[in-house]
Each structure stands twice: as structure tokens, then as C-alpha cells.
Design a protein around this ligand. Structure first.
Ligand code: 8NA
Ligand code: MG
Ligand code: MG
Ligand code: MG
Length: 348
């Protein structure tokens, strides 16, 4: 591959972090126009802003998405394996020790943290399984933190699926929450294995790969004979094939932009694939920026969708495609790069 594996590992974690930091100022501001978002990105790259920023402006802070991604990566690096109890402890410690970010977490996942702590982590999956009257959460909180699994398990497909499932089930046990995380993990993994120096990405092949994998993974008995993610991916494929590109409105309507996994993971993957070609109103040649900016312009759960899209783009392009301003203005960059290096060392 023309891009080093280390660069791809760093790109994946950096992409997840920056998507979260840059998307969070727009979370659920649905009246924000794409023009305002474009200006925000232009300003970040502009020389005046850089100078001004270095003097007094604060960095863009990360939220629950990156806080939990950090825990997953740290647990792998410190334990050298999947250790569910260690990971549960890290989620809980992170939540209670960093009060600035406490209100960025999903409303119900906080109950899981309370119970895990009260039960002294005796069974790390029990509190999550009791959520929503025993149905479990189908929020996107499992998918948003899954990128380290794609790196840590990148050489073994079955281990990767198993690990993605277990990492998710500490907070999300609903099949939609778990399969959403698995799909996001597969997309990051696919990004890692493809080589961007060999010409443009084969968008159709990328899509078909995910479609056939989800067809195998989704158990129809859980959903009255249906395969929800498989179905969303087929809709995504149709949108990607549209002459001149699908408009933002139809993407929001059909793929969604909310806090559930089913209506946000396919949207993030779509953002990455759509950004392989120019998008009207997004004037940049940089496809990492195009991915993240487009994901944010879809509105709704912008930090999470941009974080997931950014992780896929970073895994595919490597860290070279992620330009300086974004690194400079976002919180946690050094820490995330160190974790990517740690995961790379383990993978060797
Ligand atoms: P979660 O498990 O609380 O799920 C998120 C939401 O999905 C819940 O609050 C419910 O409304 C709904 N939901 C999930 N499962 C069910 C179910 N079985 N039945 C009915 N409703 C259900 O938290 P999460 O970790 O999945 O959330 C992730 C999102 O939360 C991310 O977007 C993240 O950025 C964050 N977020 C926080 C806020 C905030 O204001 N604190 C706003 C948006 C997103
Ligand atoms: Mg807001
Ligand atoms: Mg968030
Ligand atoms: Mg969010």
C-alpha cells in the first residue's frame, strides 16, 4: 500500500477525534446553513484566524464520542487484549472524573455507568442489558467509539466482529446498537485495507462489500424477517448512484441524522463515499475535509456522524490528508496520536 499502516492508524483515530471536535459546535442546530459551515472551515484554514487563534482562542473540545474512543484504545494498549471489565472501569472512571464533558453523553447511558459502579463491575454487561425495559439501547454510542477495534483486530475478521460486539455490549445490547457498531467497524477496516494511491476509490465495490457482509451478519429472526442495516445500505447505494449527487434533504430523510445507530452509521459511511467526488458548496480539494464538512452539513447528530465519517476517511487516506489547522485547533490530538502509535506497536 502506498500509505504506511502507521499513517492509516493515526489517520483513523485523528479523523474520529477531529470529526467530533469540529462537529460538536453544530450538534442539533438544524437551522445552520451549509454556507455557515463552509465559512467555519474556511476560517479555520485562513491565516488571520490562525494568528488570532494562537493568541487567545480556546481549542475545540471533544465530547463523549472521543472520550469513549480514548477508553477503548487505552484499554487495548494497556491490557494487550480485550478485557471487558477493564474497559467498563475506564468508561466509568472517565465519565466521573471529567465533569466538563458529563453533559455530552447520551441521556440513558449514564444509568449504565451508575449501575456498573454500584455493582463493582461484577458483570460488565448486566446494566446495559437492563436498559429500556430489557431491550437494550439502540443509540449510536457503540458505533461512535468503535474505530480502535478495527485497528487492534485488523488481521483477523472473526475476532474483529466478536470484539466489536463485546465492546459495544458494555453499554448497548440492542441488536441495532450492536450491528451499527459492527458496520462502522467494518467501514473503518475497509478504509484501512484500501490504497488511495492506486487511483480513485471504487465506491461501488466498497458499498457492495459492506452490503454482502451485513447480509451475513444481520440475523433476520431479530427483526421480523428484515435486515435493517442491509436495507439502509441498499438505499445508500441508490443515493450514491444518483446523477449529480443526492441532495441534502433526501439524504436526511432516507438515511437519517439522529442519535440512533440505524439512522446515523449509514449516513456517516455515505458522507465518506459521497466526498470522493466534488460536492457543490464545499470548495476544497481535500477529501478528508470534504468528508467531515459534508457530514456536518447534514445536521442532527453532527459530532457523532462527522466522527464516524472522519474515522473512515482517516483510515483510508492516512494522516497526511489531515491538514495542520484542524490538528492545531482541536483538543486531544497528541494523546490520540500516541494511542494510534500504541495500537500500531501491538499490531506489529
Ligand atoms: P443512549 O444509550 O442514551 O441512546 C441515545 C438515545 O437513543 C436515548 O436517549 C433514547 O432516546 C434513544 N434510544 C436508544 N435505545 C432505545 C430503546 N431501546 N428504546 C427507546 N429509545 C431508545 O446513549 P448513546 O451513548 O447511544 O448516545 C450517543 C449519542 O449521545 C451521541 O450522539 C453523543 O454525541 C451523545 N449525544 C448527547 C447529547 C446530549 O445532549 N447530551 C445530544 C446528542 C448526542
Ligand atoms: Mg449546539
Ligand atoms: Mg458527542
Ligand atoms: Mg453526538
Amino acid at each position: 500500500c502506498g500509505i504506511s499502516r502507521l499513517s492509516k492508524f493515526r489517520g483513523a483515530l485523528l479523523g474520529a477525534l477531529l470529526g467530533d471536535c469540529l462537529g460538536s459546535p453544530f450538534e442539533f442546530d438544524d437551522d445552520e446553513s451549509p454556507i455557515v459551515i463552509h465559512k467555519f472551515f474556511e476560517k479555520l484554514e485562513g491565516p488571520d484566524f490562525k494568528f488570532f487563534f494562537l493568541l487567545l482562542a480556546p481549542k475545540y473540545a471533544y465530547t463523549d464520542d472521543s472520550a469513549m474512543t480514548k477508553c477503548v484504545a487505552k484499554s487495548f494498549v494497556s491490557q494487550g487484549c480485550l478485557d471487558e471489565k477493564d474497559l467498563a472501569k475506564r468508561f466509568v472512571t472517565e465519565f466521573y472524573s471529567d465533569r466538563r464533558r458529563a453533559n455530552t453523553y447520551g441521556q440513558h447511558v449514564v444509568d449504565v455507568f451508575h449501575k456498573l459502579r454500584a455493582l463493582k463491575f461484577a458483570d460488565p454487561f448486566k446494566p446495559a442489558s437492563e436498559q429500556f425495559n430489557g431491550t437494550g439501547s439502540y443509540g449510536n454510542g457503540g458505533a461512535m467509539r468503535i474505530s480502535p477495534v478495527a485497528l487492534f483486530c485488523h488481521t483477523d475478521y472473526d475476532v474483529m466482529l466478536h470484539t466489536a460486539k463485546r465492546v459495544t455490549q458494555i453499554t448497548h445490547t440492542h441488536a441495532l446498537g450492536v450491528n451499527g457498531a459492527i458496520l462502522q467497524c467494518l467501514a473503518v477496516h475497509e478504509g484501512l485495507t484500501q490504497d488511495p494511491t492506486q487511483g480513485p476509490l471504487d465506491v461501488e465495490k466498497f458499498t457492495d462489500g459492506l452490503i454482502s457482509k451485513m447480509q451475513m451478519i444481520e440475523q433476520t429472526d431479530e427483526f421480523d424477517g428484515k435486515r435493517p442495516f442491509h436495507t439502509q445500505l441498499l438505499i445508500m447505494k441508490k443515493l450514491l448512484a444518483k446523477e449529480g449527487g443526492a441532495n441534502v434533504h433526501e439524504v436526511k430523510e432516507s438515511l437519517g441524522n439522529d442519535v440512533t445507530a440505524i439512522f446515523s452509521v449509514p449516513t456517516a459511511i455515505f458522507s465518506f463515499l459521497r466526498a470522493q467526488k466534488p460536492i457543490p458548496g464545499i470548495e476544497t480539494e481535500n477529501k478528508f475535509r470534504r468528508t467531515v464538512q459534508y457530514a456536518i452539513s447534514l445536521g442532527g447528530d453532527t459530532d457523532t456522524i462527522a466522527s464516524m465519517a472522519g474515522a473512515i476517511a482517516g483510515a483510508y487516506f492516512g494522516e497526511e490528508e489531515i491538514s495542520d489547522p484542524y490538528r492545531k485547533y482541536c483538543e486531544g490530538v497528541e494523546e490520540f496520536l500516541e494511542l494510534a502509535d500504541g495500537l500500531y506497536e501491538l499490531a506489529k
